[in-house]
Write a new protein. Structure first.
Length: 377
């Protein structure tokens, strides 16, 4: 995309009153952004534009010149940066089938550098989404599933948010595979800042994508909006943990509306972070316990991962439960008082044993003074 073409696309996105739908209608009428701006008022009206829209299209947005310079400098800063628009060979074909495909996509990372050759990798992807405040077990599950997918050669898509998203990206990177982060800011910013190092790792091994112009801050409406891209890029969506009002349920709904498979990991009936997954399962999402469940359903290669989150068989489970305190914990989060009642241990001895189990990674301490067994593959 040369500077003139880039400027025309940026102008189209910046013009007041021109959303994605209106822009697509104008493109259908005139063929390209530059052709739109080459029209006079009469031609634009003949193409269906209202008087208000005509005035907007004939007036150059004040922010255009500065944004064009900023975007041009950003593109020149590395070969791993790309801006693609509808019709570009590097534009992900799967997004053309969603209800509201983005007009432009900003891409940063190794996959962007390989575009359009990387479109095959992008097409073979699965989304992993979930709570920003997961339980330790939920975060571990996200990391394990993502690692298993990556080791099977499947690209993992998520949203770079805290919690499940971050664990999914990390797991895919640990598995030596590709991962795509769809973000709600401009690509010259990282949100949350805690994930700055993770974003750099993703760029080295995968790609960050945004539909928002450079300089766009973390605005609340942009995050649910980007969910349609997460769902659209992926063959299916796995929800690891989610409360009933979680934004990840938006991604699941959009995936279902796009005709994609939705998967959910069940959890404790007492955990608020499991209720969203249970609601999805009631609505027809596929219950999964293993990474293989998803790969088989999607007819994707299985791979030979030693890190796949397999359900242990009965002998293994018995060996893990040989500690009486682990057995007393069960699989739900419990309080210190409950554990005392179950074990008969005094407070000091119970706390000492819990600390030892925490340090070994077998027990996690939760907010509210609760404890939960931690299962890892």
């Amino acid at each position: 995309m040369d500077t003139q073409e880039l400027g025309a696309w940026l102008r189209l996105t910046l013009s007041p009153g021109v959303g994605n739908e209106t822009a697509r209608q104008l493109l259908a009428s005139f063929g390209s952004p530059q052709a739109i701006f080459d029209q006079n008022a009469a031609s634009l009206r003949q193409g269906g534009a209202s008087d208000k829209l005509v005035r907007a299209l004939l007036t150059e947005p004040p922010a255009l010149a500065a944004l064009l310079i900023t975007t041009g400098e950003w593109l020149q800063a590395g070969s791993d940066r790309r801006v693609v628009a509808l019709g570009d060979a590097a534009y992900p074909a799967s997004l053309l089938n969603i209800e509201d495909p983005p007009l432009m996509l900003y891409m940063l990372g190794a996959l962007a550098e390989r575009a359009p050759a990387a479109t095959e990798i992008i097409a073979n992807s699965l989304a992993i989404v979930g709570s920003r405040n997961p339980t330790p077990q939920g975060e571990s599950n996200a990391r394990q599933f993502a690692r298993a997918f990556a080791e099977a050669g499947v690209c993992v898509v998520s949203g770079l948010a805290l919690g499940i998203d971050g664990a999914a990206h990390d797991g895919a990177l640990l598995g030596g595979g590709q991962t795509i982060a769809v973000v709600g800011t401009g690509l010259d910013r990282v949100y949350p800042k805690k994930h700055l190092a993770l974003a750099h790792r993703i760029a080295q091994q995968g790609m960050l994508i945004s539909e928002f112009p450079l300089g766009t801050p973390p605005l609340v409406p942009n995050f649910p909006r980007r969910n349609r891209i997460i769902a659209g890029l992926s063959l299916g969506t796995l929800v690891v943990e989610a409360a009933l009002k979680s934004g990840s349920l938006i991604t699941a709904r959009l995936a279902a509306e796009q005709g994609k498979e939705v998967f959910a990991i069940p959890g404790s009936i007492h955990s608020p972070q499991s209720r969203g997954c249970h609601a999805l399962i009631k609505q027809g999402a596929k219950l999964v316990e293993l990474a293989q469940d998803v790969l088989e359903e999607m007819r994707l290669p299985m791979g030979g991962s030693d890190h796949a989150p397999l359900l242990p068989d009965e002998p293994d489970l018995a060996r893990r439960d040989d500690d009486p305190l682990i057995a007393a914990l069960g699989f739900d989060a419990v309080s210190l008082d409950t554990l005392q009642a179950r074990t008969g241990l005094d407070t000091a001895r119970l706390q000492a044993q819990l600390l030892e189990l925490e340090l070994s990674g077998r027990v996690a301490r939760l907010p509210g003074g609760l404890f939960q067994r931690q299962t890892v593959a």
